[in-house]
Design a protein around this ligand. Sequence first.
Ligand SMILES: [Zn+2]
Length: 143
Amino acid sequence: MIKYNLICNKCELSFDSWFASSKEYDKLKKKKLINCHGCGSLNVEKNLMAPKLISKKFEHKNEKKDLIKYKKIKKTINEYQKFIKKNFDYVGENFAYEARSIHYNNKKINKGIYGTASTQDLKELKEEGINAQTIPWFKKENN
Ligand SMILES: [Zn+2]
């Protein structure tokens, strides 16, 4: 009898399995009789590498994917920020105040406004019927 540590390429589950011999393992593998204990996938193989090494490989892959995703999002936001900076007036911390002036005093404005507001501010504005949109914002950007 021989014990192999098998790993599923689909769900990454690793498990031990006993075989009469290494030949029997090859035979069963060929006949597609070895499947994952977790998900049933036939995409199972002998775990020759240390599990740690494998998980590291996967982590690295995901990091790269995340970085690409992050860069994409950042680019979109950057473009959004450029648009807003060009078409809206920055009022900073006075956002809630300015939004109310516009809403209640019909303050004449050529541009929309943007700035920072607390969650509480936004909640109150909403209750007063003033619509404010929150967008993700990168603070340290070049103008
Ligand atoms: Zn599996």
